[in-house]
Each structure stands twice: as C-alpha cells, then as structure tokens.
Design a protein around this ligand. Structure first.
Ligand code: BG6
Length: 477
C-alpha cells in the first residue's frame, strides 16, 4: 500500500512536431499533411487544400518556431522540473517525401540535438513516431494508408529512428491516437495519421477499417524491429480515450455504452493482445466489409504487441440508445447525448476529472499493462496582462482536479502508471482547429490565430503551480 506516486514518476509535458516546430521547409524538410491545412474556429474544422496555395494561411508552417527556439523552451521545461518531454519526430524531416531510399541527415541531426538538449537536463524524451504528420506525397502518390505500401514506408521510417536514437530514447509510441480516425462520418477530411482524403460516394467506413488495419500491422512490425534493435526499448501504442457512459440505468443505454466502448477501443485490443475481438469480426460481416488481411498480418499482430498503453484523456462522453438502433451499432454522430452532470469548455469539450480515474481503471482491468497519460489538458482563451502575466486559474483547476483523480487511481486502485505529460505544455497550434488561441500551455506564446505576434514566451500562473506539483511529486496541488 502506498499513498504516493512512485519516486520515478515521469512528470513532463507533451507536444507534437508539426504543432510547434514550424520551419516547414528548413534543412530539406518535405511537405506534410499538416502543411496543407488552414485555420478553422471553435465551430468549424480546418480545410485541406490541394497542395500549398498562394495567399492561404497555414498555421503549422511557422507554428511557434520551436525548431529554432528549442533551447530556450527546454530551459523553461527544465525550470519546471520536467522529468520527461513527449514530442514526435516529423516524418518529413527524415524522409521528406516519404519514399526516398536514404534518410535526410539534416533532419536526423535536428532530433539528435534536441534529444541531447533534453538529456542535458535529465529530461527523458518520450517519442511518438507518427503524430498526424504524414508526408503529403504519400497522400498524392499512394492515397495514404489506404495503400498497403505505406506499411513498408512507415516501418522504414521507424527503423531509421530506432537505430539512430537507440541510446537516447527509451519510450516510444507508434501512431498517435490511432483510434480517432474512427470518426469517419463527418465532412472533416483530415485523417491525419492515415492521410486519407475521402472521395465522394466512397464507403468511408470500409476505407477507414482497412487503413487502420494497415497501421496496426505497421505498428506491430515496428515493435518487432525496435525490440531487436534495443531490447530495453519500451514501445507503446497511443489511444484517444474518452470513456462512454450510459445516460442512465436504462438497460438499453447501458448496453449501448458497452457497445460504444467496444467499437472505439478495439484498436487497443489489437495493439495489446495481437488479435481482433469477436465483435469487430461480426460487425464487418454484418456490414459486408472485407479487409485485405493476410496470414502474415495475423502473425505480425501477434508478434508485435506493445509494452504499455499511452493515452490522451480530455473528456468523457455519454450515450443513449436510439429506438431505431435495435442492433446497438455505435454511430458517434447520432448516439452521443450531453451529460447533465458535467460542464463543457469553450470548445464544447466536457470537463470530467473522474472520467480519468475511470479510464485508468478500465484500461487496467482490460489489459493489465502499465499506462502512461501522454495528453491531458484544458484548451482555453488566455488574457495576457500588460506586465506579461497570465492568470490561468481555470487551467490550474482543471489540471489539479485531474491529477487528484490520477493519484487515486494509483494509490487506491493499484493502477501502474508511468507518468503524466499534460498536452501543449507550451502554447502551440491546435490540431483540430489550427488556432493558436486555443491555448493549453504553462508558457504563453505571443501569437494569434492569424499569425501575428512576436513569438515571445512568458510564464503563466500555471507554470509555478506545475513546478511545485513536480517538486513535491504531486503532494502539493
Ligand atoms: C489530441 C492530439 O487529439 O488532442 C493533439 O493528439 C491535439 O495533437 C490535442 O492537439 C488537443 O486537440 P486540439 O484540437 O485542441 O488541438
């Protein structure tokens, strides 16, 4: 029995290359899918343009220019006491077009320098290989992950990274939020892990399951190769977790919640257990979906299971059964309802700290693996005062409430938790909307949604708060 978090708990922060690095063409970097995405708003998604167009504003091109300012930013992370730093490797820095035979040395060197800078402060890099930043050419030439060829290309990229950074990086993840592509109903094209732009009239669902299958195989192959390169690697998956609650105790709603959880999290089954659950096979049969799924794929999935589950947690969701949905097939555009017990953010995201404890317990009960909360946070509008200060008590409150629940999951429920890296530890470009003003950071970056600003960094109130949390290993919240 312990009442505290483990002494080696990995407190830190999380970002993704395309959301903060900028320098979109520096040192031979190629164009990624993020480089052809415009800005949206709290109520409208970003659009994908047909290549990079004159006169359009692309927020990821400059982002917060971390590429040139990472030393300054890491010094601030170190000042907060970070034990780890989660970022991703921009695929297009290493393979600018995605299908070259040889990697780009300048890109590799950038991450050598970045990881060295982390290690200088005793900060452990935690690295995602693919975080919504596929080389754009893999979309135009191959159709993204609708093409089996992408498996080979991803594995080549992964192998180069594993070999190059084998003595600098221990914690890896393959595909960021692999399950968020299951949201294929909306007219929101970017499947940014998969690089799929749907064609009119296409059976989106069939395409999505096929692409996800190729990604799961690619992940499993990468895990196998990574373990050969360095058996001490810890290679995880990364799942977007938002537990689905039943609206009330009506049995139909309880069953609907269970079916929604099954359908959203089968990805974790495959990553962790190495095979697809029965309900998915039945679902595909019912829908007439036939996947290109070989015997070799099945063996790869079995041989490349993950060491831990990394996951993001922002919100829970709530569901009720529609009477016409008599077979209880989950459809996220139709079945979700609002939860009368929780508030929402300015972007309509439910705020539910207890959902984090629920998620930690659910993953543990299902898979009995170590967990890593690699994203959690509160996107909000901040007001920077004339003296540069930002009084973000709402962010502190959100994080405090979530950390409390996280601690309970460890101390009361026995969850094995490796660490906690709040999302967007420095303000960066939103993945969903492309806005800068949906801010998550402990560090404010002077830039607005239209690209205006000095890019100067300043500490918010949450900076000192988080510093104290880390210094006391979560005792003083
Ligand atoms: C997760 C992603 O979906 O949520 C991040 O892994 C993303 O890339 C984060 O930024 C927050 O979402 P948003 O849309 O507020 O940026």
């Amino acid at each position: 029995m312990t009442n505290s978090l483990p002494a080696n708990f990995l407190w830190g922060g999380a970002v993704a290359a395309h959301q903060l690095e900028g320098a979109w063409q520096a040192d031979k970097k190629g164009v990624s899918v993020a480089d052809v995405m415009t800005v949206g708003s709290p109520t409208s998604y970003r659009s994908i343009t047909d290549g990079v167009l004159e006169g359009e504003y692309y927020p990821n091109h400059e982002a917060i220019d971390f590429y040139h300012r990472y030393k300054e930013d890491l010094a601030l992370f170190a000042e907060m006491g970070f034990k780890c730093f989660r970022t991703s490797i921009a695929w297009t820095r290493i393979f600018p077009k995605g299908d070259e035979e040889e990697p780009n040395e300048a890109g590799l060197k950038f991450y050598d320098d970045l990881f060295d800078e982390c290690l200088k402060y005793g900060i452990e890099p935690v690295v995602t290989l693919s975080h919504f930043e596929l080389p754009y050419q893999l979309v135009t030439k191959y159709g993204g992950f609708r093409n089996r060829k992408l498996i080979v290309l991803f594995v080549q990229f992964a192998e180069v990274c594993f070999k190059r950074y084998q003595n600098k990086v221990k914690y890896w993840m393959t595909f960021n939020e692999i399950n968020n592509q299951a949201n294929f109903y909306e007219d929101f094209a970017p499947f940014t892990n998969s690089g799929i732009v749907y064609q009119p009239g296409e059976n989106r669902e069939a395409t999505m399951y096929q692409a996800a299958h190729y990604e799961l195989v690619a992940s499993a192959k990468a895990v196998q190769i990574g373990k050969k390169i360095n058996p001490a690697f810890e290679i995880g998956c990364m799942i977007a977790m938002g537990p689905v609650y039943a609206l009330n105790s009506k049995p139909e709603n309880a069953l609907m919640a269970l079916k929604a959880m099954e359908k959203r999290y089968y990805f974790a089954d495959v990553h962790v257990r190495g095979f697809y659950p029965e309900h998915m096979l039945r679902y595909w049969e019912r829908k007439g979906i036939k996947l290109d799924f070989t015997q070799e794929d099945a063996s790869d999935l079995k041989a490349g299971t993950v060491d831990y589950i990394g996951f993001s947690y922002y919100m829970s969701q709530t569901i009720a059964q529609r009477p016409e949905n008599s077979i209880f097939d989950y459809d996220e555009t139709k079945d979700l309802v609002s939860n009368p017990f929780v508030e929402t953010s300015d972007w309509g995201w439910p705020i539910d700290p207890i959902g984090l404890r629920y998620a930690l317990n659910w993953f543990t009960d299902m898979y009995h693996l170590p967990l890593f909360i690699v994203e959690n946070g509160f996107g909000a509008y901040d007001q920077r005062e004339a003296d540069g200060s930002v009084h973000d008590s709402y962010r502190i409150e959100y994080l405090r409430d979530h950390v409390k629940q996280m601690k309970l999951a460890v101390t009361e429920d026995g969850v094995r938790l490796l660490g906690y890296t709040p999302w967007g530890c420095i303000d960066l470009v939103s993945a969903g909307t492309g806005e800068m003003e949906k801010r998550y950071g402990f560090i404010y970056v002077d830039k607005d949604n239209h690209g205006n600003g000095t890019l100067d960094r300043s500490k918010k109130d949450s900076f000192e708060w988080y510093k104290q949390v880390i210094a006391t290993n979560g005792e003083q919240l």
